[in-house]
Design a protein around this ligand. Structure first.
Ligand code: B3K
Ligand code: ZN
Length: 873
């Protein structure tokens, strides 16, 4: 497989103004007729051949201006249809047959249970018909869907239905017209036996939009939350960005087999059922919030993605980074803002930093790729969103809004580049963003090192900050970035200090603009004992090293005005303590937890200054993934052992405190996923996890009682996890059995059941994975099942995945080899933990490389090939 390069971009030789499609649905042989009204691009001449993309199509007819072409008049090679000579303007007719029932890649048109559905981004449309399947070709689509009246009573596509009628042989049809020109990746079709929940929304200009949520009948009781979330998102986008919906109808469909969370097809969003269906009995608080965020994300794409789209797939972060930033802002506005920031930053610092440090590291705007489907990554999405957030903070909210207004206005209906977005922001603000653009071009996480120096005589504190971005595959040398460092200083008494630089008063919170490899700032009028609070709100996606003492961290925990940094100080304090215990673990010595951490936690529990949601986050110790991120040589067992011991010692020392927090946060109200209730449950369940870690039978009984009370899935799942992860098989096994029987009919709950079992730390976890792969509720063809069983094990059960006998690696390689044939996109995602061997011990490195080599020996899809080659490079 060959890489393609951004620098090779050329406009398409021929574009499409109007696309007319007819689908004659049949599971194994769907006939697709396409009529494309095409024109030569002004930058091309008559020498330019017409090139269309197609994958797995049985071609039955090709005609230009009504003349059927002879086989000698075109050629099909490498998934391309090439016609050397075509007129400057013409109509192309094609007729192909495709097989949705055997489409296990879940790209293009496929069947999910009884439903026909599509996934076209990024390059799925070419599995439907011959087409210039690239985002810079935008056409108006008319789609006629013909199906069976009995098995496909519902026939949906983009836009508005304009005609419907009956046909012979029990068939019927519906014709849809989408007035907005769009690239092929936004095309969608859904057909099957679906029920509809209807609602409506009146836009800010007073237009009435019909809202439709289409689900299979058994899911009708799980639709309220998504519909409510959609309306909140529509209102928010009007208020925050002035964006109004632009069709009379907005549809969401839930399907069970889906590679990603959801897809923003114009007017017809298709969702993974896990990202849309919810009710209190089956869905946890975290899932409620995730669904709210995804519904909003896809809706927001209608402007940031659909009305203004990407010129080419190298620009993917243009729509994804911006849209993630928009959905983060939305969630932050309607839920706990500090917790949302903590969650997003934690995701960046653990998983995105790991990606940026691993073999698949890539810039937010890559300059080459083999398979674009491999680039729907945390770097494109989350780091892309952090870049937009930095822009918004640099410019200020109001100027940023003027920039986004201008962006939407100027580029409406166009396919554009990252530069276009950044240039508009520079234009409205007058800022020079040339250096800032490097954030899009350089892979790897910048390392900031900060040091302070205090002069008694001058009452000055000098802060020196250096930056350095490590080399990544194919990118050896890095330039300094423009890094906004939000900061403040706290006095020895815990008061915010008025910041003064060169006689200029800056308030108690300011942003330092680090642009050089090394820079220094001198603060005047500072008394002795001041403590810097740096990178407030995670103001840039960087690692920060500063030699805070434990007392200073305790100080920040108590007094910092910035909620995010209070949390971060807690994490850092815990990290120091855990790292000490790791050393003891490695020496085979007793692991004693630093008393200062216990005291800090005691203080948090007795005199909480933060809201419950933040407090719950502060009480969670750094994850194993984040601890591993600090290590130059990762010791899997020491991390697990030390973290576990820290939890137990906190539990032993603070049992009474945790117990009273647990009881104080019991709820009597009916369940609702409100921020207040979620915060209480979160705090209560963190407390319960410590109580159970203490090992007292009394605590396990509390967990069992909570499980049996069966109040809502959040509490049930928390209790079930504690029981199933305890050593008490007499409690865990019956609970697991009962849960599995009760929810056998609900695949989304069974996914939680799978994940709960395979994340247990006990040594039998891997055997459970193998056993559960035979369970009737499991199917390797369904991405949600694969993520719940295999993904949860390989990503959230580090001690067992990294077993020294190599069985964890072997299991994953077996699964990847099978998925490589069935669903390459999922295969390439699942393989990732196997590629992260570079900082592990020799023995594990060897085992992991061995499995990668074994995979390399297979006939590989482009997706898996690209990842394996990078991992073994
Ligand atoms: N834009 C889609 C991505 C789907 C790509 C799958 N290969 C989901 C989203 O970001 O909204
Ligand atoms: Zn998106």
């Amino acid at each position: 497989p060959q890489a393609i390069y951004l620098s090779d971009y050329r406009p398409p030789a021929y574009t499409v103004d109007k696309t007319e499609l007819t689908f004659d649905l049949d599971p194994a042989a769907t006939r697709v007729r396409a009529r494309l009204h095409m024109q030569r691009h002004p930058e091309h001449d008559a020498q330019s051949a017409l090139t269309l993309y197609g994958h797995g199509l049985t071609t039955e007819r090709i005609a230009i201006d009504g003349q059927t072409l002879l086989e000698s008049e075109y050629r099909i090679e490498d998934e391309q249809l090439v016609i050397d000579r075509v007129p400057a303007a013409f109509v192309l007719d094609t007729e192909v047959v495709i097989d949705p029932s055997n489409n296990t890649a879940l790209e293009g048109l496929y069947v999910s249970g009884p439903i026909f559905c599509t996934q076209c981004e990024p390059e799925g449309f070419r599995r439907i018909t011959w087409y210039p399947d690239r985002p810079d070709v935008m056409a108006v689509f008319t789609t006629t869907v013909i199906g069976d009246q009995q098995s496909q009573p519902v026939l949906l596509s983009n836009g508005n239905p304009t005609e419907r009628g009956e046909l012979p042989n029990g068939r019927h049809f519906v014709t849809w017209e989408d007035p907005h020109p769009k690239p092929s990746y936004l095309f969608a079709l859904v057909a099957g036996s679906l029920e509809c929940v209807r609602d409506s929304f009146t836009t800010m200009s007073g237009r009435e939009v019909a809202l439709e949520l289409w689900v299979e009948a058994q899911n009708l009781e799980k639709t309220d939350w998504a519909m409510a979330s959609l309306k909140r998102a529509m209102t928010w986008d009007e208020q925050a960005y002035g964006r109004e919906y632009d069709l009379d109808l907005f549809m969401i469909v839930a399907v069970d087999d889906f590679n990603m969370g959801a897809m923003e097809n114009k007017g017809l969003n298709i969702f993974n059922s896990a990202a849309v269906l919810a009710n209190p009995q089956t869905t946890t608080d975290a899932a409620f919030q995730r669904i709210e965020g995804i519904v909003a994300h896809e809706y927001f794409h209608n402007w940031s993605g659909n009305r203004v789209t990407c010129r080419d797939w190298f620009q993917l972060a243009l729509k994804e980074g911006f849209t993630v930033f928009r959905d983060q802002s939305f969630s932050s506005d309607i839920n706990s803002a500090p917790v949302k920031r903590i969650e997003d930053a934690a995701l960046m610092r653990t998983l995105q930093f790991a990606e940026d440090a691993g073999p698949t590291a890539h810039p937010v705007r890559p300059d080459h790729f083999i398979e674009i489907s491999n680039f729907y990554t945390l770097t494109i999405y989350e780091k892309g969103a952090e870049i937009v957030r930095m822009l918004s903070n640099l410019l200020g909210e109001e100027t940023f809004r003027r920039g986004s207004d201008l962006y939407f206005e100027r580029f409406d209906g166009q396919a554009v580049r990252v530069e276009d977005f950044v240039d508009v922001m520079a234009e409205v603000s007058g800022e020079d963003l040339t250096q800032f653009m490097r954030w899009y071009a350089q892979a790897g996480t910048p390392q900031l090192t900060a040091r302070s120096d205090y002069s008694d005589e001058q009452r000055q504190l000098t802060l020196t900050v250096t930056q350095q971005t490590p080399p990544t595959l194919g990118q050896e040398d890095k330039q300094p970035l423009h890094v906004p460092v939000r900061m403040g200083l706290l006095s020895a008494e815990g008061q915010p200090i008025e910041l003064v630089i060169n006689g200029e008063a800056l308030g108690t919170d300011t942003v330092l603009h680090l642009r050089e490899a090394e820079q220094r700032w001198v603060f005047d009028n500072v008394d002795e004992g001041a403590v810097p609070s740096l990178l407030r709100g995670f103001s840039a996606p960087v690692r920060l090293d500063y030699p805070w003492s434990r007392d200073e961290l305790s100080h920040l925990m108590r007094f910092d005005e910035d909620g995010f940094n209070r949390w971060d100080a807690t994490q850092r304090l815990a990290l120091i303590a855990i790292e000490e215990m790791m050393v003891a673990h490695q020496r085979g010595e007793l692991m004693a937890l630093d008393a200062r951490l216990i005291e800090a936690f005691r203080h948090l529990l007795r005199e909480p200054t933060d809201d419950k949601a933040v407090l719950a986050e502060m009480l969670r110790l750094p994850s194993e993934a984040w601890i591993a991120e600090q290590q130059s040589r990762v010791d899997i067992d020491a991390i697990h052992g030390a973290r576990r011991a820290a939890i137990e010692q906190l539990a032993d020392n603070l049992f009474a405190e945790f117990e009273s927090v647990y009881h104080a946060n019991q709820q009597t109200d009916a369940y609702a996923p409100t921020p207040e209730q979620i915060a209480s449950r979160s705090l209560k369940n963190v407390a319960l996890s410590y109580l159970v870690a203490n090992g007292e039978p009394e605590a396990l009984n509390m967990a069992r009682a909570q499980y049996e009370a069966d109040h809502n899935m959040t509490d049930v799942r928390a209790a079930l996890t504690l029981l199933a992860h305890s050593d008490r098989a007499d409690l865990g096994d019956p609970a697991i059995r009962a849960f599995g029987e009760r929810w056998a009919h609900d695949s989304l709950v069974m996914d939680q059941w799978f994940a709960t079992q395979v994340t247990r730390p006990q040594a039998d976890a891997l055997e459970r994975v193998r056993f559960l792969m035979q369970h009737p509720a499991f199917s390797i063809k369904n991405p949600n099942r694969v993520r719940a069983l295999i993904g949860a094990f390989t990503q959230q059960n580090r001690v067992n995945f990294h077993r020294l006998d190599g069985e964890g690696y072997r299991l994953l390689a077996d699964v990847v080899i099978e998925l490589n044939r069935l669903n390459p996109e999922i295969a390439a995602r699942m393989i990732v933990p196997l590629t992260r061997y570079h900082r592990l011990d020799e023995q594990r490195q060897k085992l992991m490389r061995g499995e990668l080599e074994r995979i390399r020996g297979e006939k590989l899809s482009r997706n898996v090939y690209e990842v394996v080659e990078k991992a073994l490079a």
